[in-house]
Design a protein around this ligand. Sequence first.
Ligand code: SAM
Length: 260
Amino acid sequence: MSNDTNTPPGSDNTTSFGFRAVRESERQGLVNAVFSSVASRYDLMNDLMSGGLHRLWKTEFVSMIGAPRGDRPFRLLDVAGGTGDIAIRYAESSGPNATAVLSDISPQMLEEGRTKVAAKGLGERIRLTQGNAEALPFPDGTFDAYTIAFGIRNVTHIDVALKEAYRVLKIGGRFLCLEFSECQVPILDRLYDFHSFEVIPRLGQIAAGSADPYRYLVESIRRFPNQEKFAGMIREAGFERVSVRNLTGGIAAIHSGWKI
Ligand code: SAM
């Protein structure tokens, strides 16, 4: 399934880019333009837009990876890892032989990530590499865990990315996805809509000089499948024991699945 349509990659039908219909072949370029333009303000804007909440969600998410605190080797692949929040939290909370590959399609986001990883002295444990979630440059069965945080929504063919996640995991490996989802608490959903459509684009204009990337952000969240539908897509990719944990009333959700 592509982001909104049911067509195979290569057919170049239309798909959604936020609320706009675009050709599948142009969508990734538009996404890349968003992230190259926001990269230098990405971390600041996350704090401003979420009031710091994304930090709590990410800490909760990383605690589910189950990385060893002792000496046991463990390999994480963090896809769409951007400026490194997940890989850094993981490396800081695990033992010395727990390593990560942070992969992202955007050179600008990777550059921000590289600077942060170096500043934390984690260069030996976190390797950064450019790559597309739809065609991961790793052999089958390489990783103990695969994470993707606020990334899969941006991928054009989500089903292809999920199959790639399955392929690169070892048997017994865990898939974890942190993503915005469907707010399931009445009243909170109204407040959230107001914040999304009225506050966030204005914050983008004031703090980052442009509202457009932040309009894409809120629109793409509304286009993304809800908890149940996304869990079904994860199962379709081959994962078992698929579960969902809502965060903040479902504004975000953590989906988990196992390659058994
Ligand atoms: N995971 C980080 C975090 O939680 O802060 C960054 C998330 S950011 C919202 C989305 C990231 O997805 C961007 O860094 C973007 O470059 C990346 N991305 C978009 N499309 C991608 C693709 N097809 N393959 C890999 N990364 C992609």
